[in-house]
Design a protein around this ligand. Structure first.
Ligand SMILES: [Zn+2]
Length: 252
């Protein structure tokens, strides 16, 4: 793969970084990421990953844009109301960066379709809003040894988890939350509310984690949970140990 003059210009501020360089930028352009959910987290995740040059991005979301989404789902505009989220998001990304491959999946991720949809992606970012989907993605990534960066937001609080299942030591979501909560399909933001800008903070950290996992630079969050309180502005990195009786130990 040889860079065009346009590509060198577009990515010049990253290429100039010693830890990225031409080699790292090529690695990003050869990588592929599936974003689950084009919502509050999915918006900043998608915008940054497309802009910084992830070569192939897929977005899956079945919902349509509603007016209550616009306070935090910054990839959408008022004139996108009622349109399908994944297709609108992909069209926006195409304008941001025509240099990359984009795929839209206008469906809900289920046990039945996850293999087919996710098989062509090595990294998955979870920006979903319910526990059923979070557990489904966790179990799929664990089984297929993929990298998963998951995020959650509610009110003024947010969390980020990175699980690199290609590494044997990585804990999983079930090490932290052993049993699926009793209301796995509930979107907490709908009932409890959420501050719009918090979605930006958490989603941007998720995008940042994806880049570090691809380039193998810095210290990713793998083995920790990041807990953010946006009101007190505290960032706590808490060690997450692999639970000996967890599902992730049985599988390996
Ligand atoms: Zn586990």
């Amino acid at each position: 793969m040889k860079f065009t003059k346009k590509q060198i210009d577009r990515y010049s501020r990253q290429i100039i970084l010693k830890k990225i360089g031409v080699v790292g930028q090529k690695k990003l352009l050869k990588s592929n990421v599936l974003i689950v959910g084009a919502g509050g987290l999915g918006s900043p995740i998608a915008i940054y990953l497309a802009a910084l040059g992830i070569g192939k991005i897929g977005i899956i979301d079945k919902d349509s844009v509603e007016i209550s989404n616009l306070s935090r789902q910054i990839i959408f505009s008022t004139n996108d109301l009622k349109k399908n989220k994944s297709s609108v998001a992909i069209n926006k990304l195409r304008k941001i960066n025509p240099d990359i491959k984009l795929h839209s999946f206008n469906k809900r991720l289920t046990k039945k379709n996850i293999n087919q949809i996710a098989k062509n992606f090595d990294l998955i970012v979870d920006g979903s809003d319910n526990f059923r989907t979070r557990f489904l993605i966790n179990d799929y990534c664990l089984k297929n040894r993929k990298i998963l960066v998951s995020g959650a937001i509610s009110k003024f609080d947010g969390q980020v988890y990175t699980f690199n299942f290609s590494k044997k030591k990585s804990p999983c979501l079930r090490c932290f939350i052993p049993k699926m909560p009793s209301n796995p399909d509930v979107d907490n933001c709908e009932y409890e509310g959420v501050l719009g800008s918090l979605a930006g903070i958490i989603g941007t950290i998720q995008a940042n984690e994806i880049v570090k996992e691809i380039l193998e630079i810095g210290d990713t969050l793998c083995g920790y949970i990041l807990i953010i309180d946006a009101l007190k502005l505290t960032f706590r990195k808490v060690k997450l140990n692999k639970r000996s009786d967890c599902f992730c130990n049985e599988k390996k």
